[in-house]
Design a protein around this ligand. Structure first.
Ligand SMILES: [Zn+2]
Length: 290
């Protein structure tokens, strides 16, 4: 097999002679500034222009890494969708799943992790937007339900980081049922007095907003995130009204009482640490295990 690899490298090297800087730079979609990709990565994928601060996409695994103390564990990664409807649109769903798995290295649009933020034991469920738009099907629903069960068993606070285009239409009614499944699990968590913090990122839409993303004891969001149920165009067409400036962005939602806070990515860990200090002060979190 090794000669295939050498040949591939030769092609890459030949291409690099002519376009050596290609792929090193990117442009901020918000302020149009051209940014060195390494600077962007070093700044947690936030635009380094001080007048902008646009929050770019970040993978679910990187989010977990940024929040949890070393020694955390990724869990519940083994579930895979069975394509219950054998669904096909432009492509068949199985093919979409295969491509998304190859692209992200995940089985579905979610990562569960157990670990600590400072002294507080937490369970984190982080959605992966790179996997079919972070859409919520049966696997996402079951994985979040397992995170809830882990928190119920250990009394560790639950943090769900949403990044989603909504329900996964390729799973039809099964994807919509996840809204009820997760919401009922969160109600049990609430009954048990275990804190749940919802972190909304760009975008958090559809059935995710309509269920667990808005059910936190604290609902917080990254700056400039699109958060809503239906998209602005659909709402405008339905209500026949022009929507106000910044409609469905974090800042608008905070102003209108839908959010408790907007927290920049660089401050998220310290904010969560402080919040867990308030809400978990009367809890005695036990050590978590897989
Ligand atoms: Zn920018």
């Amino acid at each position: 097999m090794s000669w295939f690899k050498r040949e591939d490298n030769a092609i890459v090297n030949e291409a690099q002679k002519t376009v050596r800087t290609e792929g090193l730079w990117t442009q901020c979609g918000s302020c149009r500034q051209v940014i060195f990709k390494q600077d962007l990565a070093a700044n947690l994928n936030v635009c380094p222009n001080p007048r902008c601060g646009h929050h770019f996409y970040i993978s679910a695994r990187r989010r977990v890494e940024l929040l949890l103390e070393p020694g955390y564990e990724l869990v519940d990664l083994d579930l895979r969708s069975t394509d219950p409807l054998e669904f096909t649109d432009l492509k068949c769903y199985r093919q979409r799943l295969d491509e998304a798995r190859r692209k992200t290295g995940l089985n579905d649009a979610i990562v569960n992790a157990i670990g600590c933020i400072g002294p507080h034991a937490v369970t984190i469920s982080a959605m992966e937007y790179g996997f079919i738009g972070g859409s919520m099907g049966a696997v996402v629903g079951e994985t979040i339900a397992r995170a809830i069960d882990r928190s119920l068993a250990t009394r560790a606070a639950l943090i769900i980081i949403a990044a989603s285009g909504g329900a996964r239409m390729m799973e039809g009614i099964a994807s919509l049922m996840q809204m009820a499944k997760i919401s009922s699990g969160l109600a049990r968590l609430d009954d048990a007095g275990i804190p749940y913090i919802s972190v909304m990122t760009d975008p958090t839409t559809g059935g995710v907003t309509a269920s667990f993303a808005m059910l936190g004891d604290l609902n917080i969001a990254e700056p400039g995130a699109l958060i809503g149920f239906a998209g602005p165009r659909v709402i405008e067409q339905t209500t026949r009204q022009r929507l106000p400036e910044g409609f469905q962005r974090s800042e608008f939602l905070l102003q209108h009482g839908f959010l408790d806070a907007i927290v920049e990515r660089k401050n998220l860990k310290s904010y969560l640490l402080q919040s867990l200090g308030w809400v978990a002060s009367d809890q005695k979190p036990t050590a978590v295990s897989a």
